[in-house]
Write a protein that binds this ligand. Sequence first.
Ligand code: SAM
Length: 372
Amino acid sequence: MDLPDRDSTRTVPTARSLPAQAPDGVPGTGPGSQAPRDRFDRPLHDLRISVTDRCNFRCVYCMPKEIFGKDFAFLPKELVLTFEEISRLATIFVGLGVEKLRITGGEPLVRRDLPQLIEMLADLRRPDGTPVDLTLTTNGAALRALAGPLRDAGLQRVTVSLDSLDEATFQSMNGVDFPVSRVLDGIAAARDAGLAPIKVNTVVKRGLNEGSVLPLARWARNEGLILRFIEYMDVGHSNGWRLDDVIPAAEIVSLIDAEIALAELPPNYAGEVASRWRYRDGSGEVGVITSVTSPFCGACSRARLSADGNLYTCLFAVKGHDLKSLIRGGANDEALEQAIRAVWSVRTDRYSELRSAATTDLPKVEMFAMGG
Ligand code: SAM
């Protein structure tokens, strides 16, 4: 194996890291400047749009069922952005330099009439006239019914979350005894509909599904799917996260490499979140997302728009910026653009680089509420 220059226990990042202090001044916000840059000179390239805070799964690492039971108060409909509001904001974000839109949640496929929104977003063009990269992250439960309509509406590709191929393990992780066969069928439906490439996300939590790593790697390689293992993160504060529960990405890579030889690949583009590895026999690739052991804040160009219209500039943010009130208060597009520009220009987030015992207890927003 070509081992990366990475130490699985290191939390101080190198190549993709930031200076300890934000430089003075606000780069990229002078008159005539089109694309805003934050205090660390990071551009705004990706927008994750949460279309609902609701989910039909209760994954142990995200929405544990003991906390998010039947009585949990999700957002009432009137507080959730309409498709017109989402599309209007997305248009402004694209004008500011966003190249990629990812629809998420909660579980995005539980939002009624989602293909209508996809149709609106698929029409968006970047300032140079090219289409935006439009994708969606789902647990796959409703893909059999929706893959075709989503593809017809203009969705290009899809990422499906799947934590195990083993029925008992998968059901204990999704919290609602959802059968793995239905997710696999959803993936087949996505393929039949022509969504490509199909990526699969697997969160690995110690004691739960490390035994699923190799079976998933073998399966995805066989099926021609792009698999990404994600280190279990301290998002929100309901999952009882402990560092000991994190399986470092380097351990995952070693495990796979011991059976199927791997070689590291260069990033596809600056700011790519996954570290990618190819199978040396040419049969595909696998990736790891090292948010905990080797954070990548230095290249983070991602903003999040929550279902209730808050703009977040970090997955670990404590507070959002309320765009819904601006829209519903009658702000015109220029005012909305200025508001987004103002938020991004002063951004200094780099939570994962600063992660410590102290930060873990901060009152962070839950991932399903912000948009995962
Ligand atoms: N419901 C959709 C899904 O299952 O993909 C979209 C939302 S979900 C919050 C987005 C992704 O975040 C999923 O791949 C999920 O596994 C991942 N995720 C949630 N909680 C996580 C955690 N504590 N650590 C790492 N990844 C997590």
